[in-house]
Design a protein around this ligand. Structure first.
Ligand SMILES: C[S@@+](CC[C@H](N)C(=O)[O-])C[C@H]1O[C@@H](n2cnc3c(N)ncnc32)[C@H](O)[C@@H]1O
Length: 270
């Protein structure tokens, strides 16, 4: 395990209790109402599909897939998050198999051509070597396999990001800088909605770098999605107004195989 992965394991174990509370209490409304359902929708029909969920954490997305009839394997580096995933599986069995595994070691643990879909809900940017993980994902996918990933949107998840406000405190404009400052970075989880703050390592990549990573691993981009809340969801949770104005999340819909004649990329949706 490299030093990035060692730091990630320690960081995610340290933050596990706060992260689980954040998700399970409903406080992570961006995930629960916006990017989570959007990633699920991009997966499409998964009944009977063999799905590998990378960086599954305590199983939020693995359970969404399993409830829709998928045969899910979840892997994660954090034993604390996985312990919670296993506990939930024991309490409410959905047939999910969890492995405590560094995603960069996939090659040596999982069989080639054994999955129909690889997913990663807000995890690919957190994994130490995304290039290695993507080529391992290629190997475990069957010929017509797909991969779908959500990440923080690189255009708005910049090192400098601040809402400029008017005299009444209303958000006037999002001020951003540092888009091209790619490389390893630290995410400080400091929102007031958290039980306690913690920090995790991640990679910042530009859109050009992400597309190069996918191409080098052999993936074809079928579609990009920039989910935002509908009017109904906004009425339910007005705090989501910021991500209705600016794209906070980016979803990649990838195909293992190159496009063949007659096949068209999926629609770019909002
Ligand atoms: C933002 S969390 C997302 C967790 C989960 N997918 C969810 O949506 O709740 C990122 C996850 O990536 C995991 N992770 C980081 N590096 C990893 C690695 N090298 N292999 C496997 N998992 C890793 C962390 O332990 C953490 O659970």
């Amino acid at each position: 395990m490299d030093s990035f992965a060692l730091d990630a394991r320690q960081a995610w174990n340290q933050g596990a209790d706060a992260f689980i509370h954040f998700v399970d209490s409903g406080a992570d409304y961006y995930r629960l109402l916006v990017h989570g359902p959007a990633l699920r929708a991009v997966c499409g029909e998964v009944r009977g599909a063999r799905v590998l969920d990378l960086g599954c954490g305590h199983g939020y997305f693995s359970r969404l897939l399993a409830r829709a009839g998928a045969l899910v394997t979840g892997i994660d580096l954090s034993d604390q998050l996985l312990a919670r995933a296993l506990q939930q599986e024991q309490e409410t069995p959905l047939g999910i198999t969890y492995h405590h595994l560094d995603a960069t070691q996939l090659d040596t643990h999982l069989d080639a051509n054994s999955y129909d879909l690889v997913t990663g809900c807000m995890s690919l940017q957190d994994i130490s070597d995304p290039a290695k993980v993507l080529s391992a994902a290629q190997r475990v996918l069957c010929a017509r396999g797909r991969a779908v990933f959500s990440i923080p949107h690189p255009c708005t998840d910049t090192p400098y990001r601040e809402w400029l406000r008017d005299e009444q405190g209303n958000k006037r404009a999002l001020s951003l800088d540092g888009y091209f400052a790619s490389g390893p970075a630290i995410c400080h989880w400091t929102m007031a909605r958290l039980k306690y703050p913690w920090s995790t390592p991640f990679h910042r990549f530009t859109l050009t770098e992400w597309s190069a990573l996918f191409a080098q691993a052999g993936f074809t981009i079928r579609g990009l999605h920039e989910p935002r809340p509908s009017a109904e969801v906004l009425a339910q949770q007005p705090q989501l107004e910021d991500c209705a104005r600016m794209p906070f999340f980016l979803l990649f819909d990838l195909a293992k195989a190159p496009f063949t004649t007659g096949e068209s990329p999926s629609r770019v949706s909002g």
